[in-house]
Structures are given as C-alpha cells and as structure tokens.
Design a protein. Structure first.
Lengths: 913, 435
C-alpha cells in the first residue's frame, strides 16, 4: 500500500459543494438507483450523514438518481465508488458494512458506471471530433509546404484548454474570427512557398568586420550618453588602440584588418540590441550558418575623463565627467581572464528571438551555428554575463556589478559571417507540390500577376544613406505568374495531387470536384491560372477535411492511426512513410506500429512533442508570465540566460526520459540533469563551465534532480515576488501526482506580505485551524511546504527575503547595476507531514517518501497525462483499467517512460476513437 | 484631415504581408466586421459603449470612497475626476458572481463567464459583441477590439466563446477608419472579398458530406464550423457594402504609436483619443480596451523613477516603496480618464455632448491585485444617458452582481433584454435620463 494513497480521480470534499449545483435536477421524487439494491446499501450505510446537500455530509445520496448522461451526476457516482472502494467511507467512526454487502455495492456500481461508458464509447468514441490545435496547424503547414521557418501560430486566436491540454475537441472551438485567420495564414504560407522558388539565391558567404559596422563605432561619448560602459572601443590583439578611439588613426588598416576587433563591457538593458550587425539583412527565408569570431578581454577601471553637457535648452551646461572605479578605461585593455558567454539573436521589427549561445575565450575563436532565418532579419550578438546598463541614470545609481580592483571583464568581436541560404533539393518542394514542373516567371506589377513579397535589392537604398542607416523599404511586392499552356488540365492534375497530399486520408471524389468547381469558377471570372489555383489551395487548407482530425467510432483505420501517432509524437501531420504504411494497410500490425513509434520518438521532430507537451503539462509556456521582483530579487533581474537555461533544462530532461526509457522515478528524483555554467552556478553545482547545456551527474545529496526542483517549475509556480505552498502544492498534486482538486468557494486568498514580520506558513496555520479547510489543505500543502526552500526563481534559500523601511539591505549589486534592496527575514520552514502522518523535514526527505512509496502513483499520472495528450480525451472511469494494464506491462522497467508510450500506443485507449 | 495620396501609398505598402485573398481578411477590424443581421431597429439617437479593463486594478484604499450616496466625499483618486462628478457613478461592493481565479479573470470582465481559471472553462459572448450582433450593421465597424501591451488577450469574445485578437496600433486603426483607398484599391478589395466568399462556399458544402459520417456529438463541432463559415460570409458581404462608401473625414493627423511598451501611459492616451474620434465620426458604437498592465514592463513616467515592472509592483506585499509607485501610476490612470471625459464632453452631437451618449465603463477584474481577489471590483460608470448616483455602495462581503449594470447598458442602447450572463435584473439605484 502506498503511504501517500491517492485515489486516481478523487475529488476533494471542497469540490463537492460546487458540483452540487449541477445535480439538482437529479432529485426526482423516486430516485433511480445505479443498480437494483444500491438504495438499500445507501440507506444502511451512507444516508445517515449524506441526506442533504447543505447538511454535515454536504451531499444527498438518499435522493440521488443515477443519471449517467449528466457528467456532474456521473462524477458524483464515481466519487461514491472511490470512497467506498478505498474504505474511506463509511468513515472509521461509523459501523462498518458487512464485507459481502460492500463488495456487492462496489461491484454493482462498477458495472453500472463501466457499462454506461462502454455504451457511449461504442456510439461516439472516447474522444470527440476536434480540429488541429495551433501547434499542430503551424507544424503541418511547415511540413506540407516545406516552409520550416514560417511562424503563424501567433496569428491565430489562442486555443482553448481542457484537462490542462490543447488537445480536447470541446475546447478547440471555431469561430468566424478563427476562420478568417485560417484563410489569411493559408494564403500567406502558400505565397511564402511560392517566393521560396523564385528567390533561391545561390548560397553566399557575407563577412562583416566589426570595424566596418557603423553602428558599432560609438567610441566616444555623445551628449546625453555619458555612460562610458555603453560605449564600444577598438581592440587589437587584446589591447587598446587609444589613437583609433580618439580618431587620430584610421578606423582600420589593411595590415591589421584580420586582427582588429571592437570591444564592449556591457550587455543591453532588455533582450539583445547592443551589438547589431545592421549592414546585412537576411535576404530570404531558409537555413543559414552564422560564424562569429572574437575573444574575451579585461578592461582597466577608472574611466576616461572628458567634457560633457547636462540639461537641455537654456539649462544646458558643460561639466567634467568624473571617472569612477566601476567605469571602464577603454584605453587600457588586456587579455581576458575567463570565458564569456555570447548570445546570438535574430532581430526584426523591434523583436528579438534567441538563436544560440556559445563562449568566447581569451584566445580568438570562430563559433559556428546553423539556424533558420526569415527575410529582413538582422543578426545581433550580446555578451550575456555582462552588466545590463540603462540609458539614463546617475553614476551612483548604476554600478557595474562585475567591476573589481583588477578591472572589468569584456568581450571583443572581430567579425561575423553569414552563409546561406543553404539550399537543397527540398527547397522548392512546396512549389513543386503546388505547381509541379510548371515554370514561374516575374511579370509587370499591375498586370494581373500574383503578388508576393521579396526582399528589396540593395540598390533600392536611396543615395545618401550609408550602410547601417537604412530607411529604404526592406520588402518589395513583386508580381509573378506560373506559366501553364493548358490551365484547366494542369489545374485538375495539380489540385488532385495537392488534396491527396494535404488530406491525411483517402480523398472523396466529391471533395475534389468541389475544389475543381471553385477553380473553374475563379478562372471563368477572369482571374489568372495562378491566382485561381492559389485561391483553391487556400480553400483546401481552410476546409474541414484538412482542419479536423477525422476518426470514426470503433477501432481506428490505418490512416486515422497514422494521424493520431504523428499528432501525438510530432505535433504534425504524418510523413510519407507513415502514409504509405497506412495505404498498404500495414500500420496496425503490432510490430510495424512499434517500430514506427520508435522511429517517431527518435526523429528530430520529436522535439515538437517535447515543446508542446511541456508547454502544457508543466506550464513552460507561462515562463514569462511573471518576472522576478526588482526589489526583492534584483540579483535575478534581466537574467535572461538563466531563464532560457532553466526552460532548456526541463525540455532536455524530459526528452532524455523518453529517449532513454528512464524509470518514472526520475520525475521525482534523478542523479543527473542538464546544466550550463549559469544554471549550475544558480544550483551550486561545481565544475560546469561554458554556455553549452550538457548532461551533468549531480553531486551526492544535491537537492536538484527530478522535475520538482528545476528552476523552470519553481518559477512558473511562483509570481516573481512570493511563493505560496498552496499554489505550488496544488500544482504538484495535479501535474505530478495526478490528484485533482477545486478551490473552495467563497474563501478569500491569503494576502502576501513581504514586510518580513510574518511568513506565509504562519498565515496558513491560522487558516488551517478550520477542520473543513484542513481536510483538503493537509493533502495539498505538504509538497508546497517542501518547496518553500526554493525562491521565485528556484534558488535555494533558508531565509525569506523582505523589504522594510529602516532595515539595512544586503550588500550587492544586480545585473541592472542597482544595489540590492532586500534583507534576510524570517527563516524558511520546509518541514511537513504527509496526510498519513509521516513527517518529513525537507525536500530531500519529501522526495524520498515519494520515491519509496508513490512510484506507481507518479507513473500512473504520467501515463494518464500522456493518454489525454495522445487521444484528446480525459481518463474516464473505465479507462482506469487500461491504465492499470499499462502499469503492469511497464513495471519491469521501473515504469520506463518510453515503455509507457509504447504501452499507450498498444492500448485500446489509443487504437479506438 | 486626410493625408496626401503620397503618404497614403506608403501606408498601404507598409501594410505588408500580402495582397491576395488573405490580406484584407487578415486585418482584425474586418474580422469582427458586420453583424449577422439586424435584430433591432435603428434607435433614434446613436448610443455607444466603451469598456475598459485595467487588469491590475487600482489600490482599493485609495479608490473607494468611504461614504455613500450622491454627496459622497471623493477618495484620493476620485478627486481627480471631480470636474465630472455629475457625469459618473462609482460602484463599490460589486463583482461578477463566481468569476474567480486571479489574473485569468480579465477574460471574463465583459462576459461574466464563471470560473475563468478552471480546466473546463468556456467563455461566453462579451457585452460589446452582444451589442455588435444587434446594431453593428449601422456603422462601418460593428465593434472595435483594442488593447495596450497585450499579447493576444482582449475583452471581446464571440458567441461561441472564442477570443477576438485585439488591435494594438492606434495608427493602424486610424488608417482603416479614415484613410480612403484609391478606386483601384477599392475594387481590388471587393474582388478579394468576393473570392473569399467563393472559398467559403466551397468549404461549407464539404461540411454536409462529413456530417453524414460522424457521431451526433461530433456533428455539433461541425455545426460550429458551419456557423462560422456563414458568419464570416455575412461579414464579408457587409464589408463589401461599406467598401464603396467614402470614409469619414476627420480633422486630425494620424496618431503615432509609441514604440516601447514602457510608454504605457502614452499608449493609453493614444487609444483614448482614437476612441473619441471613432465615436465622433460614428464609425462604431462598441469599443473594448484591454489595458494589459500584467504584461507591462517598468512604466515610464516623466519625472518619476519607477523601479519595478507593473506586475511586480502590484504584488506590493504592503511595501511602502512599492505602494508609493503604484499610487503614481494609478493617479495617471485617473488623469487620462479625466481627459477622456473632457474630450467626450467637448463634442456636441444633436445638442447633446458625446459623453451623454457614450457609456464608459472603467474598471478591473481584480479587486485587489496584491491578493489576486476578484471581488469588490473597482468600477466607474460614466456618461451615456443616466442620472448618475454618486457612490452606489453595495455589500463588500456579499457583492452585488455587476452583470446587472450590463443589462442596464443594453437597455439604454434600446436592446430589449432583461438579462446578461449571471445578472439578476437591471442595475439597482441607477436611472436613465428621460428621452
């Protein structure tokens, strides 16, 4: 018996009050029992207390009919089953029913509940009809039209969520808004695929020297920009060039060109923006290699004094800039003392997206990354560890936290290279799908061609605007047409193959005919062949045959099976291999299906599963919902590298569980995780250097390992300022242990207080004195208490932080340059007692309790979460038995996570609608 | 004033993306375009609503007056609005029944759909869309869904509970509302709308084929799709009608969108200005504005140093340093609201002020952001043809249902109904003006 005994779908008593409103209709004059004789057992054993919705039992079983078609009513009967079956009801202080009577009641109720669900499943399946969600839609468009860079998810209205996932039909609504967005995104994607054919420039290599990049030449302070740590400076072979900086020597000379660099000691205030290589814009969408050459440096402190101005208008006055130790003297540069992590970003229309991270060493290195880029993007490089300065503010207000007696660390960039787009035979696959071998040509704008967007040629830059100051249009509209000698025949031929490829199952002739009619109607109206066909393809991608996942009640046919499998493990449409196996009718063969499951798990596209699943299961999509308080936690402020590494840790960790079939125990505790230097530093794990994430064996006794103590999880369960054992506890119970609860109605939340006089636990203790509250809180709070030893960013703590007037703050300076304003307050108490009375003193003991006694619960939960995700339906009463079977099958590998996936795919849960 | 044709061209080409079928459809304004049908006759005089939700709310202690009635003593915040004292009612002790769950509850601000944070939550129609479905055909834009600093969150939800993504650029809305395309552009747009309708016809027919093969419960999903197709067709049809009508001419330059989310107050001001123009030109009758304070970074306020992101400040934990900054931000909100009232009162329409014909609902889904509580929502209701009642104070422990105010608003718009969401009737203590 597990010490933490958690009925799988038990609902806490607090939820009952809410549900009651839904079942009033069930109080008929003569209630219908779930089976003959159930009323006798209820009268004898339950109705003493459960005789009124408002009485002490908060439930009236005496008058409750069995109305399984009403989900709320069904849920109450499931709860009755769970309570009686587990022996929780009738409670210990009441007379116990005879074993035979109890067994008969439990079995009878079981049969009634199961047979109802079976009947429903036979009629309409467990899962309802659903459309593709936004993740699946975007990935399918990318794969279908071979436009892997395209980003359309954000253009669609947000998906609804049910049972925590974006996979349930009843939450995936369609409205006219949704539909109009589908039309515009389909059109956008089709034209992007068309443009890909037209551009296809031969891959070229462009190198930009830092000294040539005018935006990097801000060597001297300008008015209103006195902060010398925001200035760049010339560097040659790890040393300063005062003459170049002062403008007495040329910016570059042929002899030293390859060794010249531009240095910097600061990062920027928000994501990227500091080092923008603006003289090169990405010409076309595709795969590129980016190489960055540079090294780390050390710069003397003390600053460089110079005259500047303060104030504006009549109040403008000169003053002598006075150097301080924490400002760089950019005329004194030395070789670096350590590695510096460098981030690479793609920037467009004011938005930056991170592409890669690597390290500069004291010796120059060339660092190469391969990435997908979109037209007009600009490459930015940023020094992730360095001071994030602000534009304004006084010398005293902002202090470089890395400045010390031996100077200030910095970096020097020599050049970047962009190679690409790296074309391959698949580059125009989207075009070939749409137009086959028909030639594409440019035509005069306004002559009726189809308009697509291409990057403007460099010559479009108006005279007088040098590189780096481009106000010219970045994209231009170009008219094109596909040449067809026999438009109608070509259209029919192409349309047939397009629909056959786009639809995930055999196409009915009636559907093809409707699309053909549309083409013919458009063509007859005088629209061009190209435009008419594009409109028709748009219709295909807006049609329910493409948008909806079609499954019929009963066992899935091979096409539906292929789609379910690829939507599960790739978040996308099935590929050619899956489709051909479905066409051949071989996919349902258990060996074939198992081999395909392994193939999908091993494919790079499995990363889409990891992203989609963790975004919802673990709420990683909410990682930016709050940011660390700038007063309590300004040591975390602007620390994007930490946040990015935290998310990456969890994704890599989850991927590892599936790839290596690791036992479910690892979800709670593992002897390894994935770290880079920043995250290892955050966790206090020694010996991890560099920006690259890698698998690390944790030191013995580390509190890390497992998901509960990962920074990402601890961040999404906090609000940036405070942590709540209740919220974290509920989260762990639901996500990790599969125990669902509902908030009590009408109970106000506790008001957080950061003044340091009272801890959240002390506030909760008062609140738990009420036995009605305690009945739930004793179950949900223990995990939250154990996690109290972690702050809002997952840092370990033994005291709370507080802010109060008149209390001296801790010494220290944040990345933003502002001094800490918090002090350490009351001690953290992370001990607790499990519902069965077993005490634990901290997170280590808590994890050990789970590992020793709750492994099946954890495995059952991950299996259940995966079943919901894979099938688009919640775990029903009768589904529990199928989960039991998966548990039995996977027990031998310690509930290996990959084995669980195989168990699910083999199960009727997966193979039936 | 209309811009020169030269700048107009730049505007169009900057509208980027693509020129085809999708382009016009991708403009959010068109999405929410025309209503299905007119359920009500055109009222004699145009009446309008403007719903604003600041999803971090206001400090309750500074906002709510302590005494009730027409002669209440203004609180610190309400002092800023005292020039308009007779033009608005402040409500206390009101909330949406069963709307809980902290931050996610902003999506229920104009829908009052219960338990927005729960796993099985489904939103319902928002007040503005309810209005737009009934009288939206009388204006070029049936409704406007706006937001400041929001990702995709908005206050407007369709009848099937789907979010309408907001417009965040005042300049873009201005162009769509007031800048006339040349005849070729107009015709091209009309052709696109026609093609769009043909596409919808083709896919609508397919639904019937599919319906034959699906279970009855699944048929409801396809019905929803089918209804969406028909909704969109009607909207495209209505757009076509408006496309040939000239756009109104306004004597205002195109607004400039503040580039940075830190310029939050400037963005709010730009939106308020735009909404006044939209009402003045009678381009729409229903506007919603989500002030997504939760997603707002450190707010820039001239002459003041704000140290924390707005969301962090709201978790003030009673720290005086944070409270002081919040008071500054809240005060700015009140000032901008006063400016909005001033602007609306400064415009005359048939002998009445625009404020008299515009119901402005300003409030928040959060009663107290520090505790994430969703009761005691701070609420100001201004203008719109009501005899304003000063401070309508209800029970702060057992709140009065705010949806009742929505019922009164609908009735004031001559939309016959006696309920909206969880309402129990019309708003108690608030009478309409005569006529």
């Amino acid at each position: 018996m597990t010490r933490i005994s958690l009925p799988t779908t038990a609902l806490l008593t607090g939820a009952a009050a809410i549900m009651l409103t839904g079942i009033w209709s069930a109080f008929a004059s003569t209630p219908t029992p779930p089976f003959i004789g159930a009323d006798v057992f209820i009268d004898d054993n339950c109705a003493v207390c459960h005789n009124s919705p408002t009485g002490p039992g908060r439930l009236d079983l005496k008058h409750l009919s069995f109305e399984p078609a009403n989900p709320d009513n069904f849920a109450v009967w499931v709860k009755v089953y769970d309570r009686v079956a587990s022996g929780e009801m009738p409670p210990a202080e009441m007379a116990r029913p005879a074993d035979a009577a109890r067994t008969q009641f439990v079995n009878g109720l079981d049969t009634a509940l199961t047979s109802w669900e079976k009947k429903v499943a036979a009629e309409r399946g467990r899962a309802g009809l659903r459309r593709l969600n936004n993740y699946e839609y975007e990935n399918s468009i990318r794969d279908l039209l071979n436009v892997p860079w395209i980003q359309v998810k954000g253009k669609l209205p947000q998906d609804g969520e049910s049972y925590r996932f974006n996979k349930i039909g009843s939450a995936l609504d369609v409205s006219h808004v949704q539909l109009s967005r589908y039309m515009s995104t389909a059109d956008y994607a089709l034209r992007a695929a068309l443009a890909a054919k037209l551009i296809q420039p031969a891959a070229s290599i462009t190198r930009i020297y830092a000294r040539d990049e005018t935006t990097l030449r801000n060597f001297r302070a300008r008015e209103g920009n006195t902060r010398s740590d925001r200035l760049n400076f010339p560097v040659l072979d790890s040393h300063a060039q005062p003459d170049v900086r002062a403008g007495r020597s040329p910016i570059s000379s042929p002899e030293t060109r390859e060794r010249e660099a531009v240095g910097r000691v600061s990062s920027i205030f928000s994501d990227a923006g500091g080092f923008s290589w603006t003289s090169f814009r990405i010409p076309s969408a595709g795969r590129y290699k980016i190489r960055v050459k540079g090294y780390s440096i050390q710069v003397s402190g003390g600053g460089v004094d110079h005259w500047n101005y303060i104030g504006f208008g009549a109040e403008k006055a000169p003053y002598l800039y006075t150097p301080t130790y924490h400002r760089p003297n950019s005329d004194e540069v030395w070789p670096g003392r350590r590695n510096e992590p460098i981030g690479v970003y793609a920037q467009s229309s004011g938005q930056s997206r991170p592409l890669a991270e690597f390290d500069f060493t004291p010796e120059p290195t060339v660092n190469e990354v391969e990435v997908l880029l979109t037209p007009t993007e600009v490459i930015q490089t940023d020094c992730l560890r360095l001071f994030r300065t602000r534009v304004s503010g006084s010398e005293q207000e902002y202090v470089n936290p890395l400045a010390g007696p031996d100077g200030i660390p910095g970096v020097a960039f020599q050049w970047i290279e962009v190679e690409g787009p790296l074309n391959d035979p698949s580059t125009d696959a989207g075009y070939r799908l749409m137009f086959g071998d028909l030639p594409l040509r440019r035509v005069e704008n306004g002559s009726g061609g189809v308009m697509i967007q291409l990057p403007a040629p460099a010559s479009a830059t108006p005279a007088g605007l040098g590189p780096g100051r481009r106000f010219a249009p970045r994209m231009q509209d170009v008219a094109v047409e596909v040449v067809s000698e026999h438009p109608q025949q070509d259209a029919e031929r192409l349309l047939r193959s397009f629909v056959a490829r786009a639809y995930r199952r055999p196409v009915e002739e009636a559907h093809v005919k409707r699309f053909l009619d549309l083409f013919n109607q458009q063509f007859a109206l005088g629209h061009s062949f190209t435009k008419s066909l594009l409109s028709t393809y748009t219709a295909v991608l807006v049609s329910p045959g493409w948008l909806f996942v079609q499954e019929s009640p009963g066992r899935l046919d091979d096409h539906a099976l292929a789609t379910r499998l690829s939507l599960f493990l790739w978040n996308s449409e099935p590929d050619a291999e899956l489709r051909s196996l479905a066409v051949a009718g071989r996919l349902h063969n258990p060996d074939v299906l198992k081999a395909q499951t392994d193939r999908l798990l091993n494919d790079p596209k499995f990363a889409r599963f990891v992203e989609g699943f963790t975004d919802y299961w673990l709420d990683l999509r909410k990682i930016d919902d709050s940011s660390p308080s700038t007063t309590l936690y300004n040591d975390y402020e602007l620390d994007d590298p930490l946040k990015l590494a935290a998310v990456e840790e969890t994704r890599l960790f989850v991927k590892e569980l599936f790839e290596r079939n690791l036992p479910a125990r690892n979800i709670i505790d593992s002897d390894f995780t994935f770290l880079n230097e920043r995250l290892a530093d955050h966790y206090g794990v020694p010996g991890v250097a560099g920006a690259k994430m890698r698998k690390v064996t944790l030191p013995k006794g580390s509190v890390r390992g497992g998901l509960l103590t990962q920074a990402s999880v601890l961040k999404v369960t906090a609000n940036g300022t405070t942590t709540s054992p209740v919220l974290r506890g509920v989260w762990i119970m639901e996500r990790i242990l599969g125990f669902h609860t509902a908030p009590p109605p009408g109970v106000p939340a506790i008001e957080p207080d950061i003044r340091g006089a009272v801890t959240i636990r002390q506030q909760l203790d008062k609140h738990r004195a009420d036995p009605f509250c305690a009945s739930c809180h004793q179950k949900i709070e223990p995990p939250g208490f154990a996690l109290e030893s972690f702050d809002v960013m997952g840092g370990q703590r033994d005291r709370y932080r507080a802010i109060a007037e008149g209390v001296k703050p801790e010494p220290g300076i944040g990345l933003s340059g502002q001094p800490y304003s918090f002090h350490y307050g009351l001690p953290v108490d992370s001990a607790g007692t499990l519902p069965d009375g077993q005490p634990f003193k901290d997170i280590r003991e808590f994890k050990k309790e789970l590992v020793d006694h709750a492994m099946e619960t954890v495995a059952r939960n991950i299996a259940s979460q995966l079943v919901i995700y894979a099938t688009g339906a919640p775990i029903g009463f009768s589904d529990r038995r199928k989960i039991d079977e998966i548990m039995v099958k996977t027990k031998r590998s310690g509930y290996g996570v990959r084995d669980i996936v195989h168990g699910i795919v083999e199960s009727e849960l997966f193979q039936f609608k | 004033m209309l811009k020169s044709s030269g700048s107009n061209r730049t505007t169009i080409s900057r509208r980027s993306l693509l020129r085809g079928v999708g382009v016009s459809l991708s403009l959010p304004l068109l999405n929410a375009m025309a209503p299905l049908a007119s359920h009500a006759q055109a009222p004699a005089k145009p009446r309008r609503m403007f719903g604003i939700c600041n999803n971090l709310g206001l400090l309750p202690g500074e906002f709510f007056p302590t005494d009730a009635g027409r002669d209440y003593t203004p609180s610190n915040y309400l002092k800023i609005l005292q020039d308009y004292r007779r033009d608005f009612t402040v409500l206390s002790g009101v909330s949406h029944p069963n709307v809980d769950g902290g931050h996610p509850s902003d999506v229920s601000f104009l829908t009052a759909a219960p338990h927005p944070a729960s796993g099985s939550f489904r939103n319902t129609i928002s007040l503005d869309q309810y209005i737009a479905e009934r009288i939206g055909n009388q204006t070029r834009f049936p409704s406007l869904t706006l937001a400041v600093n929001s990702g995709a969150r908005s206050l407007s939800w369709t009848g099937s509970g789907v979010a309408i993504p907001p417009e965040q650029s005042a300049a873009s809305v201005f162009r769509q509302m007031f800048i006339q395309g040349n005849p070729t552009e107009v015709e091209a747009k009309i052709t696109e709308l026609d093609t769009g309708r043909s596409i919808l016809d083709a896919v609508a027919d397919q639904v019937r084929d599919l319906e034959r093969n699906v279970a009855s419960t699944d048929r409801m999903r396809l019905d929803q799709y089918f209804t969406s197709v028909r909704d969109l067709e009607h909207r495209l049809q209505a757009s076509k009608g408006w496309e040939r009508k000239p756009k109104p001419v306004v004597n205002q330059p195109e607004p400039v969108d503040p580039a940075n989310p830190t310029q939050y107050m400037a963005k709010v001001a730009a939106m308020y200005g735009l909404v006044r123009l939209a009402f003045e030109a009678d381009s729409t009758r229903a506007v919603t504005l989500m002030l997504d304070s939760v997603s707002t970074p450190v707010v820039e306020i001239p002459g003041v140093t704000i140290s924390d992101g707005y969301h962090n400040l709201s978790h003030h934990g009673k720290s005086e340093a944070k409270l002081a900054q919040l008071r500054i931000i809240d005060t700015w909100h009140m000032r901008l609201l006063a400016d909005l009232f001033k602007g609306l009162r400064g415009v005359q329409e048939d002998g009445e002020t625009l404020l008299d014909r515009t119901m402005v609902l300003y409030g928040s889904n959060l009663g107290d952001a520090n505790a994430h509580s969703t009761t005691n929502m701070p609420t100001i209701f201004a203008g719109g043809g009501f005899q304003h009642a000063g401070h309508l104070a209800f029970d702060r422990a057992q709140n009065y249902p705010l949806p009742n105010l929505f019922v009164s608003m609908l009735q004031r718009m001559d939309i016959e109904t006696d309920r909206f969401a969880s309402s129990t009737g019309a708003m108690a203590g608030l009478e309409m003006t005569k006529s």
